[in-house]
Unconditional design. Structure first.
Length: 487
């Protein structure tokens, strides 16, 4: 009855005890409490074995049109007498305990994605027993009473203050992720300008181009500078190709790979100088990661509704540190009416993308905002920027190509040669680049540990000089490249 897709160290006997003599419950509790990362069984990946019986490391496959079932915890139907033996419960408890250990280990070795893994939401455990759903408009109560709208609106008001828009002038909601914020912001832009052309830098997140495909919008990809920010000279060229149509622009407040911040003021200036008055453009600001960091960076340009922007979105599970994906989307109230529909079944109005919405997320956000507040976030941002500089400097001292944008905590560096190393540290890679996003949970000790491991790896990968580290001049500029030619 044990699912074949998972590697289980202890085998199960008929009466629910395990072959190591412990009940599954004992195993669950004691194993987790005496957690030792060195003994953690990695993901339930079946080892790949060659014809001689040797284990081989196979690169992960991505095959379009084919699902690869390498990791699967099979669902097994309950036995007729399961209730009396408890076998199934014991099995599931052991799987969950092992999964928890894997999560602990994977959390310790995470550096590549912009998620703040440092939080304590113990106080919210009591709410797990409720199916909290905020379906419909956050500002209009529906007939479903198990909701958290009061928290949602509190959180939205906080963000409205941060981005300088009056309570009566904004509309927004807690989304399921940053992607949904982009889908919504661009949809609002399209509803305001049904024949508008979407402009986005080529380093924008893929969700922006997904939106263009979903809504069948004309879309112009704009070139970028080496830093990753939008190239406003190219923006002007592209704008002039469609002078007769309104413009919908995605402005990046931190690009995915390089953490580059598009120059919002220069984008607006380019629009105006080329004949696009304020009533002929709509700007959506994608602040998935940096939307909540930039307000706390000294000298950083402001994202503010006092400027002619239409919407801003941010992810809640990134810098804020919410343990489930979520996001915040704020737009101008006057724009939303075009999108809004009355829904009799809900006794509410709907202007969101999804139907049901996670009602737990606003409570987690509300809890964190209350605990940290403006000052707490400011401190965390400063720490992230300090640690990011430390990482970049240490990489450069070690002769490794690296770049850190001025307003960012994303350190771009040479892609490690070994895919297992990449996987071990969960590094996000693109071409010859990898990056580490320094979040509040990334300490100097963790960075030192990583740097030492990287140094050891490089000593092996490039030991006899046959292989050379990649050249990153095109990606990060000659001045940041330490390849054999440019060092
Ligand atoms: C710039 C940018 N926009 C949007 C997103 C999408 O955010 P989410 O993963 O919350 O959907 C990301 C994700 O990394 C991002 O980097």
């Amino acid at each position: 009855m044990v699912g074949s897709g998972v590697e289980v160290q202890s085998t199960m006997s008929i009466n629910g005890s395990l072959s190591n003599g412990k009940s599954a419950e004992q195993l669950a509790v004691s194993d987790v409490e005496s957690f030792d990362p060195a003994t953690v069984v990695p993901e339930p990946l079946p080892p790949v074995v060659d014809s001689n019986g040797e284990e081989v490391v196979k690169p992960r496959e991505i095959v379009l049109g084919k699902n690869v079932h390498t990791t699967c915890l099979e669902v097994t139907e309950p036995d007729a007498d399961d209730e009396s033996t408890g076998d199934k419960d014991a099995y599931m408890a052991s799987v969950l305990a092992r999964y928890r250990k894997t999560l602990l280990e994977r959390t310790q070795h995470h550096l590549g994605y912009p998620y703040n893994l440092d939080f304590d939401y113990g106080a919210l455990g009591q709410l797990q027993h409720f199916s909290i759903n905020n379906l419909g408009d956050p500002f209009i109560e529906s007939n479903y009473g198990v909701h958290s709208r009061q928290f949602e609106v509190g959180v939205l008001d906080w963000f409205a203050r941060l981005w300088e828009i009056e309570k009566d002038d904004y509309w927004g909601y807690i989304t399921n992720c940053g992607t949904e914020g982009n889908l919504h912001g661009i949809l609002v832009g399209r509803e305001v300008f049904p024949d508008g052309v979407l402009y986005a830098s080529k380093e924008s997140h893929y969700s922006v181009f997904k939106a263009a495909r979903m809504y069948r919008m004309d879309c112009e990809k704009v070139g970028t500078l080496v830093t990753g920010e939008i190239d406003c000279t190219d923006f002007k060229t592209k704008l002039l190709l469609h002078k007769d149509k309104p413009a919908i622009i995605n402005v990046n407040i931190g690009t995915t790979v390089k953490g580059a911040v598009d120059d919002l003021d220069l984008v607006i200036q380019t629009l105006v100088e080329n004949g696009f008055s304020h009533d002929r453009f709509y700007i959506h600001c994608d602040g998935a990661l940096f939307g909540l960091m930039m307000p706390f960076v000294k000298k950083a340009p402001k994202v503010s509704f006092k400027k002619p922007i239409g919407s801003v979105s941010v992810s809640g599970h990134k810098f804020v540190g919410c343990p489930m994906p979520c996001g915040i989307q704020i737009t101008r109230l006057r724009h939303i009416n075009a999108l809004s529909r009355n829904v009799e079944y809900l006794a509410s109005r709907d202007a969101t993308i999804m139907g049901s919405r996670n009602g737990h997320a606003p409570i987690f956000l509300w809890y964190t905002l209350n605990r940290k507040g403006y000052k707490g976030f400011q401190k965390e941002v400063q720490k992230c920027l300090r640690n990011a500089h430390y990482l970049k400097d240490r990489l450069r001292e070690a002769g490794i190509s690296a770049m850190l944008n001025e307003l960012s905590s994303t350190v771009v560096f040479e892609r490690p040669r070994d895919e297992e190393f990449v996987r071990m540290w969960q590094l996000a890679c693109e071409g010859n680049m990898a990056h580490i996003v320094v979040m509040p949970n990334v300490t100097v000790e963790k960075l030192d540990y990583f740097l030492n491991e990287l140094a050891k790896g490089r000593a092996i990968w490039y030991k006899d000089g046959k292989e050379q580290p990649p050249c990153l001049a095109v990606d990060v500029g000659i001045e940041n490249c330490s390849c054999a030619v440019h060092k």
